[in-house]
Design a protein around this ligand. Structure first.
Ligand code: UDP
Length: 335
């Protein structure tokens, strides 16, 4: 009996694999290593290098490993990239997810947990946003994920199959034990970028938009620590196994920080007053979005352990230092 983790060599997926191992589960990773890393998959965990949309491969993995649940992380996740190249997002995030769900149904996998996003709400009318708010994504990324939510709803109605959709707000930080973290070389996410700038791995950074209708003019987001986020998946898995009905939950702390707040915390924690350029708005960004989290707490019994921006930034800084040392060691080996 094993749990298939697509994208298990990536940022959130690698934290999920650790969480599953810590809970005594047997994870199997399927990852094409386009943005993930072989080293991020712990020894002893089967790693199948391939595409989650490849039905023959997924059928085989389900049969070979006795997969009883799928946690689907693998996706393209950069909002501005989705605006520039929507078809690759619909191909990867939507069409291939359809194939994966088809394999689950065919292979008798009854439990499916899906990484969705706050981007399905677009620009919410009120914050904190609850799961019942209208769905109006403004980016191809958000739309590519929302279509999968709809597919899952329909499939749950038609087949012996139950799912949990988790709508992530802004995921940040790293494993508190320092085993994995955000490692994508050209990551665009705010905390990663700010931490890299503080450590001198970038010469400066930009704030995208200072004229939003928010208290300081920069965008407001709800930053959730990655181990807290993956624990919600573990809670969801237990919930489904106990016979829970299909469910959609927001994952966030119900607390908003502006881009400028985040930069100030990174400056304070790192002790470095790095250069910040104030720039224009980035396409596809809503002004403010904060998670209403009553449902994930009530239905899944989720309890956050790392709801503290300074701690999240400290984890991100520690991980970035380790990553930098690892990269230096690797380039040293090649020379
Ligand atoms: N952001 C920024 N500078 C950066 C990266 C991000 O000002 O170098 C802003 C971005 O415009 C958004 C917020 O930070 O308002 C969070 O962006 P991120 O890409 O981290 O996550 P998203 O909210 O797009 O999922």
């Amino acid at each position: 009996m094993s749990v298939l983790v697509t994208g298990g060599a990536g940022y959130i997926g690698s934290h999920m694999v650790l969480e599953l191992l810590d809970a005594g589960e047997q994870p199997v990773v399927l990852d094409n290593l386009s943005t993930g890393f072989r080293w991020a998959v712990p020894e002893g965990v089967p790693l199948i290098i391939g595409d989650f949309g490849d039905q023959a491969l997924v059928d085989q993995v389900i049969a070979d490993h006795g997969v009883t649940a799928i946690i689907h992380f693998a996706a393209k996740i950069v909002v501005p990239e989705s605006v520039a190249d929507p078809l690759s997002y619909y191909e990867n995030n939507t069409a291939k997810a359809r194939n994966l769900i088809a394999c689950a149904v065919k292979g008798g996998v009854k439990h499916f947990i899906f990484s969705s996003t706050a981007a399905v709400y677009g620009e919410p009318k009120a914050n904190p946003v609850t799961e019942n708010e209208p769905l109006a994504p403004v980016s191809p990324y958000g739309r590519s994920k929302l279509m999968v939510e709809w597919m899952l709803e329909d499939v749950s109605r038609a087949h012996d199959f139950k799912h949990v959709v988790l709508r992530y707000f802004n995921v940040a930080g790293a494993d508190p034990k320092g085993r994995t973290g955000q490692s994508t070389p050209n990551a665009t996410h705010l905390i990663k970028v700010a931490v890299q700038t503080a450590l001198g791995h970038r010469k400066d950074m930009e704030v995208f938009g200072t004229d939003y209708p928010t208290p300081d003019g920069s965008c407001l987001r709800d930053y959730i620590q990655v181990s807290d986020l993956v624990r919600a998946h573990m809670d969801a898995l237990r919930y489904l196994r106990k016979g829970g009905e299909s469910l959609t939950c927001n994952c966030g702390y119900e607390r908003g920080y502006s881009v400028l707040d985040v930069i100030n915390v990174v400056k304070k924690v790192s002790g470095v007053d790095f250069r910040v350029k104030l720039s224009g708005r980035r396409p596809g960004d809503p002004a403010a979005i904060v998670a209403g989290n009553a449902r994930v707490r009530e239905k899944l019994g989720w309890k956050p352990l790392f709801d503290d921006l300074s701690q999240i930034v400290t984890q991100a800084l520690n991980w970035e230092r380790r990553l930098h040392n690892r990269q230096n060691q690797e380039s040293g080996k090649k020379e």
